[in-house]
Structures are given as C-alpha cells and as structure tokens.
Design a protein around this ligand. Structure first.
Ligand code: ZN
Length: 178
C-alpha cells in the first residue's frame, strides 16, 4: 500500500485528537473546546516556527491525548508509528505523581529531551502563556498566573536550543507576564 500523504496523516491526527478530547474543555472562562489547544500548537510550529517535520507536527496534535484522555502510547504507535509515540511519551507527565513533582520533573528532564520533543514543548508553553495572558483559567489569582509564567520559563530555559524563531515567540509571550 502506498504511504499516506503528509496531509492525510495530519488530518488523521487532527480527527483522532478531536475525537479523544471531545468531552474536554479548556480552563478559560468561556470553557473553549480542548482541541483548540493542540491546533494552536501545531499552528505555532508550522506558521511561526517554519517547522515542516511531519512527525513533530503530528506529535504536537496528539501531545495531550495520553495525559488527558484514555489514549495509550500503543494506540498512537499503531496508528502513527513508533517515532510519533516516542515524542508524545517525552512530553507526557506521569499522572501518578503529585502536581508539584510533575512540574519539577519537567524542568529536570528538559535538557535531555529530543529535538522534536523540545519543539513541541516550546510551542506548548508558548500557547499556554498566551492563553493565561489573554483568557486566564477561571479563578486564577495574579500570583498563580505569575508562578505559571515563571515555571514555564524555567522549563524552556532548560531545553536544548532547537529553534530561534520559536524561542522568540516564547519570549514574546513571556513578555506579557501579568
Ligand atoms: Zn498542551
């Protein structure tokens, strides 16, 4: 069988993520559909970062499916290949751990992650800072927003340098720290 085109792989990933996240909403006041977030990440990578690597873009679309839905790495591997599953694994927190420990581990693991996973992380944190600045999660006091910005920057500062353009996008988002 002919290898599926890049476009068909990407649309397959979008449809898969939209289905998996169908019952979830973002934490903003409007409770936006969750899928807006993975779409924003892939958009940031492609449009702002000029990233054309299909595996990175697919992993961005799928990056929260295992952490936040019933999706397994095996399922991703079977549908999108082992490499994509590995990238998603690298950006997935161990949800059996306490929130504070998960946050600490993100900083600790950041220097050792692959280039593709680092690109996804850069876009993820950029997108999250933009959301916290423009439509913050319901009920977050100022201090919590600031702490989120500072933690995100600690993660990004610890990453290997992978993209000047995406780092600039992150820094621009960070400059809006409340
Ligand atoms: Zn995310």
């Amino acid at each position: 069988m002919k290898k599926p085109s890049i476009e068909s792989q990407l649309f397959e990933a979008l449809a898969f993520a939209a289905h998996k996240h169908r019952a979830q909403r973002r934490k903003d006041v409007e409770a936006s559909p969750y899928i807006n977030h993975p779409i924003a990440l892939a958009r940031t990578l492609a449009v702002e970062g000029g990233v054309t690597d299909t595996k990175t873009l697919i992993a961005a679309v799928l990056h929260d499916t295992v952490e936040d839905t019933d999706t397994t790495f095996e399922e991703i591997g079977a549908m999108f290949g082992a490499k994509v599953a590995d990238i998603v694994r690298e950006v997935t927190d161990d949800t059996t751990l306490e929130k504070a420990e998960r946050k600490r581990l993100q900083v600790e693991h950041a220097p050792h992650i692959s280039k593709r996973a680092a690109l996804v992380k850069l876009a993820d944190k950029t997108s999250n800072l933009r959301d916290v600045a423009s439509s913050p999660p319901h009920g977050w006091p100022l201090e919590r927003k600031r702490a989120y910005f500072d933690w995100a920057k600690a993660v990004i500062d610890a990453l290997p340098p992978v993209s000047k353009r995406l780092r600039a996008a992150f820094d621009e988002a960070y400059s809006k720290r409340p």
